[in-house]
Each structure stands twice: as structure tokens, then as C-alpha cells.
Design a protein around this ligand. Structure first.
Ligand SMILES: NC(=O)c1ccc[n+]([C@@H]2O[C@H](COP(=O)([O-])OP(=O)(O)OC[C@H]3O[C@@H](n4cnc5c(N)ncnc54)[C@H](O)[C@@H]3O)[C@@H](O)[C@H]2O)c1
Length: 359
């Protein structure tokens, strides 16, 4: 039987999710919530609409929520859904701050409900193959992503303090953790905004991360540099002991073939689906089977920690460790938590680093 779901947020990306839901027989849409009821009605004519996703789920018999609201609404919308007993598949970023993402980890623990973040760019068969090639390189000296595009979105991105890092680089950071099978340790980052930028915040960034195992991950990107644009996944190069792997973000990656004896292969299953359709299918399968999917909130948080650490490094003009960023976010999460059970769950952690396995 198809899983009945409600969608929260019927903006640009919400409409892409409506198409993905319609195309997947494993899920069935029962209603659309948006603060703007006209937007909800236009997105799904004839279906029940509302401004409160939990009330709409109760009214329509939905058993899960897809949260595609703006980043600052992710925490309140997802918390309300989880605590009402509804599992959530949410758009990236997990929350607008790392502290609120930690609160969502605890809300998931308290409610016993799955909260999976849809890092849509992880669900890409070519990224899985790049990961397998990377494992054959032996030691990795460095990996890099160049990301250069010039989109005019309007809306919330043009008002954010760090639009490139917060809204876009989180995809590349998340993919880097996956490709390198490593976690971030420390970052040095600079962000800036060229005179011609149409963004209020910094649309350019250069960041060097130290990863567990010693590899460096180098991200260089801009959202306001027209000409020779890269793909939305960026241009990748991984430099290893026994060779190099490259990927243009669109076509097949190039690197050591499967029979080259360079290192342990980690081929694993390559998913037959990609993007948000992949995330949706994995979420529905996880609920049906009780398995924990990639993108589960605790697993996703280090990607957001990379964003916040990079921003702090740029603001403070010095390298910043992931550990210090997590410690600060944890203290803020405990102090700022409104819900007593969620606060108690947070207080029960030895530390955020330990809870996330990044000790
Ligand atoms: N994975 C990707 O490639 C990708 C691409 C684009 C956007 N996104 C993400 O999708 C999310 C939405 O982005 P968008 O471009 O659609 O934004 P948008 O501004 O076009 O739409 C967001 C919608 O959410 C609604 N909303 C806000 N608060 C709400 C609440 N509390 N309850 C219900 N509805 C609420 C707004 O009214 C609006 O209609 C963001 O988190 C963004 O980062 C992901």
C-alpha cells in the first residue's frame, strides 16, 4: 500500500517534489500545506490544503511529511511533525543553524520517528562510482570541487548572509564526506562578495578542510561569476597515491577501473534512481523495512557542521575545528530548547561530538 504523505512548502522546490511524489507508486499525496494558501492551491488543484502541516496530516490521514519549506521553517515544521508521531523527509539544509539541527536529532530520538534529510545530490549513481574509484586510489592527498554558476533566484537566497555556503556548498560538503568516506576535522575558509554581486551576502568562498585520515578537501565556488559555468554538482578531482579520479558532475567519472589493484573496492550497490526521486524512494523503503537510511539526521549533521565551521572560520579569520563548532552549537541547543523532553534528551548526550560519533 502506498505511503500517504503531506507536503509542506509549495514553492519552487515544492513543485519539483510534487512531480517526484506523483511519479512514485510507493507514496500518495493527501494534501499540501503552505503559509500562502493560494500557493498551495495552485500547486495541487483539488487536493486538501492548509497552513499547518500537522493538522492537515491528521485531517487527510497522512503518515509522513515531506518538508520543503524555507530553511528557517525546517526546525519548527519538522519538530511539530516528529512530535506528532510523523516521520519526516526534509529538504537540505537540515535546519538554518547547527544548534537547531542538533535539536532535530533529539526530537527524532524522543519521538522515535525517522528524520531523513534529502541531500538530493548524494543520490547519484555517478557519485557512487566516483566513490568506488576513490577507494582504489590508495591514500588520498586531496580532493577538490570547483563550483561556478551565476543564477538569479530572487527570494530568500539573495538575502542570506552566506548564500553559497549555506544553500549550495552543503551539497558538495555532503558529497565529499561520502566520496572520501571521511569526516571533517578542521577548516580554513574565506568568503567574499564581488562588487557586481546581486546577493546581499557573500557569494564566493574558498575553503580547505582537513578530513579524518589526513586528506584535504578543497572547495572553491561562486554564485555570481558568469561564463564557463560548471555543472550543478561542480567539477571534481581526487588526487591519490596510485592515481587520480575526475568528474565533471554530469557524465561518468574517470579514474581507476575496477580491476586495477590499487586499494580496497567499496563498490556496494549503486542506486538505480537519483536526485529527490532517489531520496523519496529510500525514505519510503526505510519506513517499510525499519532500516536507517543515509541522510538520517544524525548522519547528515556533519555536512551542516562543515558549513557552519566554514562560516565561522571566515568570520573569525582563523582555522576552526568541527569539534569547537559542535560544542558551541550543543551549548546553544541545550540553552535554547523550548520542549522539555527534547531538552532532556539533549542533556542526556555526553556531548554532540560523541552522540554523532565524531569524538
Ligand atoms: N535539493 C536541491 O537541489 C534544492 C534545490 C532548491 C531548493 N532546495 C531547498 O528546498 C527548500 C525550499 O526552497 P524553495 O526554492 O522551494 O523556496 P521557496 O521560497 O520557493 O518556497 C518555500 C515555500 O515554503 C513556504 N513556507 C514557509 N514557511 C512555511 C511553513 N511554516 N509551513 C508551510 N509552508 C511554509 C513558503 O510560503 C513558500 O511557498 C529550501 O530548504 C532549499 O534549500 C533544494
Amino acid at each position: 500500500m502506498a505511503l500517504p504523505v503531506v507536503l509542506a512548502g509549495a514553492g519552487a522546490m515544492g513543485r519539483a517534489w510534487l512531480a517526484a511524489i506523483a511519479a512514485d507508486p510507493a507514496v500518495e499525496l493527501t494534501g499540501v500545506a503552505d503559509l500562502d494558501l493560494g500557493t498551495a492551491r495552485r500547486a495541487a488543484p483539488g487536493l486538501p490544503v492548509g497552513t499547518d502541516v500537522v493538522a492537515l496530516a491528521a485531517q487527510t490521514g497522512a503518515r509522513a511529511v515531506i518538508d520543503v519549506t524555507v530553511p528557517e521553517a525546517h526546525h519548527p515544521v519538522t519538530t511539530a511533525a516528529l512530535l506528532a508521531g510523523l516521520p519526516v523527509l526534509g529538504e537540505k539544509p537540515a535546519a538554518d543553524t547547527l544548534a537547531r539541527a542538533l535539536s532535530l536529532c533529539a526530537a527524532s530520538e524522543v519521538s522515535g520517528q525517522l528524520f531523513m534529510v534529502s541531500q538530493s545530490r548524494r543520490w547519484n549513481p555517478r557519485l557512487f562510482r566516483l566513490r568506488a574509484m576513490t577507494a582504489r586510489l590508495g591514500g588520498v592527498a586531496s580532493a577538490g570541487t570547483d563550483f561556478f554558476r551565476a543564477p538569479h533566484f530572487g527570494g530568500f537566497r539573495e538575502q542570506m548572509a552566506q548564500p553559497l555556503l549555506t544553500d549550495m556548498a552543503v551539497h558538495a560538503f555532503d558529497a565529499a564526506r561520502f566520496v572520501l568516506a571521511a569526516e571533517p576535522v578542521e577548516v580554513s575558509c574565506r568568503t567574499w562578495n564581488p562588487s557586481w554581486s546581486w546577493y546581499a551576502g557573500d557569494a564566493c568562498a574558498a575553503a580547505v578542510f582537513e578530513m579524518t585520515g589526513g586528506a584535504r578537501y578543497v572547495y572553491h565556488g561562486s554564485w555570481c561569476t558568469p561564463g564557463s559555468e560548471t555543472s550543478w554538482n561542480g567539477m571534481w578531482r581526487i588526487n591519490g597515491e596510485h592515481g587520480t579520479a575526475t568528474w565533471d558532475g554530469e557524465n561518468e567519472p574517470a579514474g581507476p577501473a575496477a580491476d586495477e589493484p590499487a586499494g580496497p573496492a567499496v563498490d556496494g550497490p549503486v542506486p538505480p534512481y537519483e536526485g529527490i526521486a532517489g531520496a523519496l524512494r529510500v525514505f519510503a523503503d526505510a519506513l517499510a523495512t525499519g532500516t536507517t537510511p543515509m541522510g538520517e539526521i544524525h548522519e547528515n549533521v556533519p555536512s551542516l557542521a562543515m558549513v557552519e565551521a566554514a562560516i565561522h572560520s571566515s568570520d573569525r579569520g582563523r582555522p576552526v575545528t568541527i569539534g569547537e563548532v559542535l560544542d558551541d552549537a550543543y551549548a546553544q541547543a541545550v540553552t535554547g530548547e523550548q520542549h522539555p523532553d527534547v531538552r532532556a534528551a539533549l542533556r542526556g548526550w555526553p556531548s554532540a561530538r560523541d552522540r554523532l560519533g565524531l569524538g
